[in-house]
Ligand binder design. Structure first.
Ligand SMILES: [Fe+2]
Length: 262
């Protein structure tokens, strides 16, 4: 079996080589969904065969280092352990998984893995690398949305699981810095996150400008990403209804530009 032709099977064998842990199972499930969405986006955008193939490979491998991170540090927090994207690159290289690829292809896959968790992608990347980086980042974001959707829809679940929302103030209004960034179409700065409302609005911001591909924005809209967050936030902080609606309306209008209502 070869990672280039039997990607899922080889990656699954790698994941199963680690001790059985719920956290590892979650990452395996996440990886499968990210790969599925990366494929959908590549098809929707009509990416070239090379970019679709290498981008899908990068989607499968983007979190390879999570298993080693959890084994060594018992956490997925990069802040208190290691940058898991760099650990993914190191593992992929150690395993020789990309050795049979031409150098350009290998570098493109590594670049997409390396940049998947950066706040912003570095300037000056070659265009094919940019497209692959955006593919993995969009698919990763879509799955983060899916996971939070499940928690938001379960009545009372989020409030009783502060680890999900970093222990932020629960029923506090959104920060002006966060809503201002969303309305200006800028990426929300995580340093401005003060409340659960801010945390939930991060992904409304993704629907405005954080998802690169129109297909990704369409998928987010089909999944009701904005509506789920809006309903949750209007209940949580009704005194901020006006600003929440403005942010969500903008996200919905972006989704319409991508060919779908939210
Ligand atoms: Fe990741």
């Amino acid at each position: 079996m070869d990672i280039l032709t039997d990607t899922e099977a080889v990656f699954k064998a790698y994941y199963l080589s680690y001790p059985r842990a719920e956290m590892n199972d979650l990452k395996w499930a996440h990886t499968r969904r990210v790969a599925t969405d990366a494929k959908r986006i590549a098809e929707g955008e009509g990416l070239t065969e090379r970019l679709a193939r290498l981008g899908l490979l990068a989607a499968w491998l983007h979190d390879t280092g999570r298993f080693e991170q959890f084994r060594r540090f018992a956490t997925f927090s990069d802040r208190v352990s290691v940058n898991h994207a760099l650990m993914s690159c190191a593992e992929v290289l150690r395993l020789g998984w990309l050795d049979a690829l031409p150098a350009d292809d290998r570098n493109l896959v590594l670049r997409a893995i390396e940049c998947h968790n950066m706040k912003e992608i570095p300037p000056g990347l070659p265009e094919d690398e940019q497209l692959a980086v955006h593919l993995v980042r969009d698919a990763d974001k879509l799955d983060i949305c899916t996971l939070l959707d499940l928690n938001l829809k379960r009545e009372g679940y989020l409030e009783s699981h502060p680890e999900i929302y970093w222990g932020l103030a629960f029923a506090a209004p959104p920060s002006e810095a966060v809503t201002g960034a969303i309305l200006a179409g800028r990426e929300v700065d995580y340093a401005d996150i003060r409340s659960v409302a801010d945390f939930v609005l991060i992904q409304v911001g993704w629907c405005v400008g954080g998802l690169h591909y129109a297909t990704s924005r369409r998928l987010a809209a089909e999944r009701g990403t904005v509506g789920t967050r809006e309903r949750f936030l209007l209940k949580l902080v009704p005194e901020s209804a006006d600003i929440i609606r403005r942010c969500c309306d903008l996200a919905r209008s972006r989704a319409k530009e991508a060919g779908h209502g939210a």
